[in-house]
Design a protein around this ligand. Structure first.
Ligand code: ZN
Length: 285
């Protein structure tokens, strides 16, 4: 069931929350008390039923930090109703943000955007962008300005100004331009579209619906999902750096042929599997 965790410096963003997500979060050592945001694409059971279990498990772990949840408006009603009926007392606050087009939320480390997907229920796709990093630091420039190596250099490298001989030196004087952060996109269940190709433009990792094989395109059209080939075409049009195929139909005994088909269109493709980890390096490394 879909539940994809993005981890960065202690912060967690969870794309969808399928059944059993809390067990996987425990077994992977992701942690229940992290600065966490859950992004729900749409209200189909396989994408959302894990949320109650996750909330309860977090409470058992005495979570205190608020949990941010972004999703369709009705999700809030569902959570409220089930929490009341089941008398689930949470040890923390749930901050709910209804999903909409454009920037939906800014967290400590990310800017989170959403756009419309094309599925049988109202659905959204998400793009999370790491906040920009300070530019490349030039030691020669720092030396020329008489800034002693050590604490002051490290402050400048973190993008903060320093005081030298009564004068304030800004990081811009000793470093290159601010570098854009890494971007990870997640389609959720959807047909491909030019809107999505634009939305995912130049993302470092694209995680895309790959329910069907290329030959089953008609089924994908009917059920409002994508084929592995269509996922690869979106990645290619978007100039993504890497594609992870996900949400395979159980009808396929092996996903290897689907991966092969996708790679013929977009070479940098992997097939996601339970517990698989993918690192997203900075472009220049
Ligand atoms: Zn669905």
């Amino acid at each position: 069931m879909p539940a994809i965790a993005i981890q960065r410096e202690g912060e967690v963003v969870l794309f969808d929350c399928g059944e059993g997500a809390q067990r996987r979060i425990l077994s992977e050592g992701i942690g229940l008390n992290k600065d966490t945001t859950v992004l729900i694409t749409h209200l189909h059971g396989d994408h959302v039923t894990g949320l109650l279990g996750l909330l309860q498990t977090m409470s058992l772990a005495q979570r205190r930090k608020p949990l941010r949840i972004v999703g369709p408006r009705k999700l809030k009603d569902w959570l409220k109703a089930t929490s009341e009926i089941l008398e689930i007392g949470l040890t923390f606050e749930v901050e709910f943000f209804p999903v909409r087009q454009g920037v939906v939320l800014r967290t400590k480390g990310f800017v989170i955007r959403a756009t419309h997907a094309l599925h049988s229920a109202e659905a959204h796709s998400y793009l999370i962008e790491e906040r920009g990093r300070p530019g490349v630091f030039y030691p020669k420039k720092a030396k020329r300005l008489g800034i002693p190596e050590g604490k002051l250099w490290s402050r400048l490298q973190k993008g903060r100004s320093v005081l030298v001989g009564g004068r304030s030196v800004s990081p811009r004087e000793v470093s290159g331009p601010v570098r854009p952060g890494r971007r990870v996109g997640y389609s959720g269940d959807t047909r491909p579209s030019s809107r999505l190709s634009r939305f995912f433009s130049r993302c470092d990792l694209l995680i895309f619906d790959s329910t069907f094989a290329g030959r089953d395109r008609q089924k994908a059209v009917e059920r409002r999902h994508s084929t592995c080939v269509e996922a690869a075409e979106v990645a290619k049009k978007a100039h993504a750096r890497k594609l992870a195929l996900t949400h395979f139909s159980a009808r396929y005994a092996s996903v290897t042929p689907l991966l092969k088909e996708a790679r013929a269109v977009f070479q940098e493709t992997v097939a996601a599997a339970d517990g698989m980890k993918v690192s997203v390096p900075y472009p220049e490394t």
